[in-house]
Design a protein around this ligand. Structure first.
Ligand SMILES: N[C@@H](CCC(=O)N[C@@H](CS)C(=O)NCC(=O)O)C(=O)O
Length: 206
C-alpha cells in the first residue's frame, strides 16, 4: 500500500492532506524527528536525503520532493481533480505550489525556524530569524493579493492549496503570526475540509 513517510508539523502535512483528498487507503509511517529518525541508517537506506515527505509506492520505489509527490498523486488519481488539465491552470498551480514550497518554506520559513543551519553565531541567528519571519510575511502578502475574490489559489481546490495550507499552519498555529485577511479566510476554508480536519486531528489541533 502507498506509504507516506511523515513527521509531525513538517511539510509532509500537505501530502497527508492530498492523500486524504484522494480518499484511497494509504499508510502513514511516522518519522520521529526528536529521535533523529530521519537520519537513521534504516531511513537513509530508503531515502538518502534524510527528509520527509517521501512516498513509498506500490512498486517499491520511493518518490521524494513535495512538488514531485503532489504532482504524481494528482496525475495518477485524476478523479480527485487535484490539478487542472489545461496548460494555463497547470502552470498556475505549479507556480503557486512552487512559491509555497520553494520560497515561503525553503527560503523563508527555514531561515526563521532553523537559523542554526546557516550560522552558529547567536547574533547572526537572531537576524536570520527576523529576516526569515519578514520574508514569510511579505510572501503571504503576495498570496493575499492572489487570493482576492477567490476561494482557492487557482479555481477549485488543487495541490497548491495543500502546499499553502501547511505554510499557513506554520505561520498561524506554530509561530502565532496574524495572517493577512484573504490568507486567513483561505486557512479557515481549508479547515472546513475533511482532509484537513483529518490532518489536524492527527497533529493534535482539535
Ligand atoms: N525540498 C524538499 C524539502 C523537504 C524538507 O526540507 N523537509 C524537512 C521537513 S519540512 C525535513 O525533512 N527536515 C529534516 C532534516 O532536515 O533533518 C521537499 O520539497 O520535499
Amino acid at each position: 500500500m502507498t506509504t507516506l513517510c511523515y513527521a509531525k508539523l513538517t511539510c509532509s502535512i500537505g501530502i497527508h492532506v492530498i492523500l486524504e483528498e484522494i480518499g484511497k487507503p494509504y499508510d502513514l509511517r511516522v518519522i520521529d524527528f526528536s529521535k533523529k529518525e530521519q537520519k537513521s541508517p534504516e531511513y537513509l537506506a530508503m531515502n538518502p536525503k534524510g527528509k520527509v515527505p517521501a512516498l513509498l509506492r506500490d512498486d517499491g520505489s520511493v518518490l521524494t520532493e513535495f512538488a514531485a509527490i503532489a504532482l504524481w498523486l494528482s496525475m495518477t488519481n485524476p478523479d480527485a481533480k487535484l490539478m487542472p488539465t489545461d496548460p494555463e491552470g497547470m502552470a498556475r498551480t505549479l507556480e503557486a505550489l512552487d512559491f509555497a514550497v520553494g520560497t515561503l518554506h525553503m527560503l523563508s520559513w527555514r531561515m526563521y525556524r532553523r537559523p542554526d543551519a546557516y550560522s552558529s553565531i547567536p547574533e547572526a541567528q537572531e537576524e536570520l530569524k527576523e529576516r526569515g519571519r519578514d520574508a514569510v510575511l511579505a510572501g503571504l502578502d503576495v498570496v493575499d493579493g492572489q487570493l482576492a475574490g477567490k476561494d482557492f489559489i487557482v479555481g477549485d481546490f488543487t495541490i497548491a492549496d495543500a502546499a499553502l495550507y501547511y505554510v499557513e499552519c506554520w505561520a498561524a498555529d506554530v509561530a502565532g503570526w496574524p495572517l493577512p485577511p484573504n490568507v486567513q479566510a483561505h486557512f479557515e476554508r481549508m479547515k472546513t475540509r475533511p482532509s484537513v480536519q483529518a490532518n489536524r486531528k492527527h497533529e493534535g489541533f482539535a
